[in-house]
Design a protein around this ligand. Structure first.
Ligand code: C2E
Ligand code: MG
Ligand code: MG
Length: 645
């Protein structure tokens, strides 16, 4: 983004340009009058027997006028100058404006000189026609001043000689009346000269105000469409440019959405000032690899966009994405802010609107982010189907919730090395009429998008409480129920109040209830600490789910008030075949023993997994081999069958 020049030299240049423009315009209006008056003067001269001199004078006057018309029409580079011109071009433009103004002054002087010779046609203002010529001279000089308000030197150059000639002739002829008249003409000349400078000052002030107002308007427009920090387009500017490009139907656009990996920790570790520096540096790196005709924007936070015409470059979008990732990954030379990564979502598919193009690229970005750092992903049929699925879910979820389309299934969790059931994990289920079974993570995300997070949470809680009440009725107070709560639910909803109040209202002991949270919950620890403390104090058990899939830090165990950890099924499934996995599971089991935490292994799929876990001394486990998630009725039937047996 080039800054809008508001310094006085550039303003002066623009004022000069306005002056030249006004001079050209006013002269084109004034010269026909000049010719007409000159012609009348010639007719009067012919009538007075001065035909030859009159015609010569008229020829000279017309030549001067044509010269001035020619100047008005001559091309001038400076008239096209704009406030944001590069300095060299602006200086050249200003020089050409000054040159034209000087030529106009010279031409005005020449024309004035011709008018000074009018005295020859009336015997130095002594003949009978003197009154006519005197009136014409005064009229034309007054007219020149009225028209020439933009640039005082032009009317001054034009009027001085004719009026001096009048005064000189009158003085030369002598006599009281003529001397007084000469004196009056000189006063008149002085008044006109003063008037020209005053008018020019007023004109320049008006022009200054106009140009300043334009600069402010442009600045405001620039601020509205550009990002203050990086100078790239902001979201509004990007939408404007993108929509304009999309409107040109011959264009096949390629959009890359770039999201920085690890930027949050730059802000956390090095502070926001460094974060800003990093964003500026990344912006300039993105601009450096921009394809021809491409535009770059910062859409917000650490998200950038690059839009370009796919037809204008031979480079494949995936190659461009790889170059972008490489550019972002380079260490920063002038400061230390660690290394960054970038995830990129690419869309080259035709889209009906920019919003659609953005949503396609966003879907690809989401997939790239999920795949890990420094990855790119191209939007295609698979992602299109996923996007449609998510959209339909968002749209249909509230109906499903109201009409009983949502269910909660339960999966048994076993103790005693997989021999006795100790609890049930509640898992939400939704069979969408078009897309079939929706993965619970997508359902929870759709609920968030549709503003239904709390309703879904309350629904699942109700089913969990229902199960606990039924278990109570059947004398199975030894079984507890675990409910999954996502980081977003935990942060955004008063989970503690809702859960404790419901358990209390239904007479369910909090000790038979459990919540499963994941490590990402600790990312917004300020928002969740009090809630976790409240439920934990009331006796609700807190389990840290998917342990081993993320950072698995001891800090998060402490921060999240965990009573239990669940080893991620990625470590458990196929345990018998992997020494590494066995080592890790062993480590978590030892950690649990040291910290007095129960450890549950999830994802026990085969008898071999079970045997390996038993050999490691794992007590609590869950998995398809032991029991799959099933509707409440099936689980209850199974429990009855076990009891009967
Ligand atoms: P999770 O809490 O780790 O849940 C366990 C997931 O592993 C469940 O998948 C379960 O069906 C699956 N699973 C259990 N045993 C095995 C096994 O032996 N092998 C394999 N491959 N998978 C097994 P599900 O139901 O698809 O849930 C996936 C995730 O969705 C859950 O992971 C949980 O994070 C989330 N989720 C499920 N239900 C809810 C809910 O009601 N609320 C919230 N917020 N999240 C939920
Ligand atoms: Mg779970
Ligand atoms: Mg899990």
């Amino acid at each position: 983004m080039r800054p809008i020049p508001s310094d006085s030299s550039s303003l002066d240049r623009l004022i000069r340009r306005d002056q030249l423009e006004a001079v050209r315009k006013s002269l084109q209006q004034a010269i026909p009058i000049n010719i007409a008056l000159g012609f009348t003067g010639t007719l009067v001269a012919i009538q007075a027997g001065q035909g030859r001199a009159g015609c010569i004078w008229f020829a000279a006057s017309t030549a001067a006028n044509f010269l001035r018309i020619g100047l008005c029409r001559a091309p001038c580079l400076g008239l096209a100058q704009t406030p944001d011109m590069p300095p060299d071009a602006a200086a050249a433009a200003a020089r050409s404006v000054d040159q034209h103004l000087r030529l106009f002054v010279a031409a005005a002087l020449f024309s004035g000189c011709v008018w000074a010779f009018l005295s020859l046609l009336c015997g130095g203002y002594t003949s009978a026609q003197a009154l006519f010529y005197l009136t014409v001279t005064c009229g034309i000089t007054a007219g020149a001043v009225t028209h020439g308000i933009a640039y005082a030197r032009i009317p001054s150059a034009f009027i001085t000689l004719p009026l001096l000639s009048v005064a000189g002739c009158l003085l030369y002829a002598g006599g009281f009346d003529r001397n007084c008249l000469a004196f009056a003409v000189l006063l008149y000349l002085l008044a006109l000269l003063r008037n020209t400078t005053a008018s020019e000052t007023v004109f320049c002030q008006a022009s200054r105000l106009k140009n300043e107002a334009r600069a402010v308007a442009k600045e405001m427009q620039t601020r509205a469409t550009h990002d203050n920090l990086t100078g790239l387009l902001n979201r509004a500017g990007f939408v404007e440019v993108g929509e304009a490009r999309l409107a040109r139907t011959d264009r096949r656009l390629c959009l890359l959405l770039v999201d920085l990996d690890g930027f949050k920790s730059v802000n956390d570790v090095y502070g926001h000032k460094m974060g800003d520096r990093v964003l500026r540096e990344v912006a300039s790196r993105l601009e450096a690899v921009l394809p021809p005709g491409g535009c770059a924007a910062r859409l917000g936070g650490d998200e950038f966009a690059i839009l370009h015409d796919a037809g204008e470059t031979d480079e494949a979008p995936t190659d461009l994405a790889a170059r972008l990732i490489h550019a972002v990954a380079q260490p920063f030379e002038s400061f230390d802010a660690g290394r960054l990564g970038a995830s990129i979502g690419i869309c080259t598919d035709p889209a009906e609107s920019l919003t659609q193009l953005l949503s396609y690229a966003d879907e690809a970005l989401y997939a790239a982010k999920k795949a890990g750092q420094n990855r790119f992903c191209l939007f295609g049929n698979r992602l299109r189907a996923r996007l449609e699925m998510r959209r339909d879910c968002e749209r249909d979820l509230s109906h499903a919730l109201a009409e009983g389309g949502l269910e909660v299934w339960f999966q048994p969790i076993y103790g005693a090395g997989g021999r006795t059931m100790t609890s049930l994990e509640a898992l939400v289920r939704w069979q969408h009429p078009v897309h079939g079974w929706i993965p619970p993570g997508d359902l929870i995300a759709a609920a968030a998008m549709a503003g239904l997070t709390e309703s879904v949470l309350r629904f699942i809680l109700e089913q969990c409480c229902g199960m606990l009440l039924t278990l109570q009725d059947r004398g199975r107070i030894d079984l507890s129920v675990a409910m999954n709560i996502s980081p977003r639910e935990m942060a955004q909803i008063a989970v503690d109040e809702i859960v404790l109040q419901r358990l209390h209202a239904l007479g369910v002991p909090p000790t038979s209830f459990e919540i499963e949270i994941t490590e990402e919950t600790a990312l917004d620890i300020e928002a969740v600490r009090d809630k976790l403390t409240a439920v934990s104090r009331a006796g609700v058990r807190v389990t840290l789910d998917d342990f081993g899939a993320g950072y698995s830090s001891l800090a998060s165990l402490r921060q999240l008030c965990a009573d239990r950890v669940k080893i991620d099924r990625g470590l458990v499934t196929g345990l018998a075949e992997s020494d590494d996995a066995r080592g890790l599971v062993q480590t978590v089991l030892s950690l649990g023993a040291a910290l007095n935490l129960e450890v549950v292994a999830e994802g026990v799929e085969t008898p071999k997994d079970l045997a390996a876990l038993q050999a490691l001394g794992c007590i609590f486990m869950q998995g398809y081999h032991l029991g799959r998630p099933a509707p409440a009725a099936e689980i209850l039937a199974m429990l009855s069958a076990v009891r009967a047996a």
